[in-house]
Design a protein around this ligand. Sequence first.
Ligand code: ATP
Ligand code: MG
Length: 291
Amino acid sequence: MQKRDRLERDRAVSKVEVLTEALPWINRMRGKTFVIKYGGSAMEDAELCRQVVADIELLKLMGIRVVLVHGGGKAINAQLKALNIPVNFKGGLRVTDEQTMRAVQQVLVGQVNQGLVWALNEYGHNAVGISGADGKTLKAAPMDPSLGRVGRIREVDPSLIETILEDGYIPVIASVGCGPDGFYNINADVAAGKVAEAMGADKLIYLTDVDGLYGDVDDEDSLIQTLTRSETHELLASGSLGGGMLPKIRSIAEALDAGVSEVVILNGTFPHSLLLEIFTDAGCGTMFTQD
Ligand SMILES: Nc1ncnc2c1ncn2[C@@H]1O[C@H](COP(=O)(O)OP(=O)(O)OP(=O)(O)O)[C@@H](O)[C@H]1O
Ligand SMILES: [Mg+2]
């Protein structure tokens, strides 16, 4: 056998080894429900986005019931800028007046949601995009008058999500909720946490644009690898969290309180972080567990 052929064969053997090593993991994961929140912050690079979508598709093919909830913060900011509408955040939440709400809907439902559906459908005809208003999936109420149309989730009705899953599709959910007087802007982290809770999800995964939760956001070496439920509550109570991490950690604490057994924050801009976390011992990012 020529040297080049041997190299080819060795490469093929190592690919097969990867598959066989993943077998016990695949076996364990089949039939489990994973809620994945894909942050708008991690969707900037089209090629990386395609890789995330391919990973999600693979999870589905392996028998995992994948529910995708997405954000769209950066795309919404770009649209608001183009429309000369000021961008304003309070405690990590977007202050949402009527015209901001219209832009949120256009971008989140019309653009980001359909973009993800399109990308997933490249691998088969298997994604269905909905907003939280469809099937009254996310029932909302105003959160705080100073935040305008920012909603808190009053109730999640998972029946439409279940129907979509049972029919073999991946539900892709834009975090817009329906309230008594119209649509509400629901922070996507909050929506993902509540959907995971309502579905009794086995795992809740946040894909964002940083490696995980840092003890000090300016110190690369301060990545926190694991936090228990009580440690998560202590961290929230310390008041040290800010920016986009605040709604994330708050919703993680609530999801753990509601019985979701495992939550993880991963870097969605790191190639195949999803597969690394799920199918290897190595894991990555920040893992949140019950006490
Ligand atoms: N302690 C912290 N550790 C890590 N990131 C932090 C921390 N505090 C603030 N951040 C910020 O949180 C950001 C992630 O939240 P952000 O809301 O921007 O993204 P996302 O939730 O993934 O996307 P989207 O809001 O579009 O759904 C990071 O880019 C980082 O700047
Ligand atoms: Mg966010």
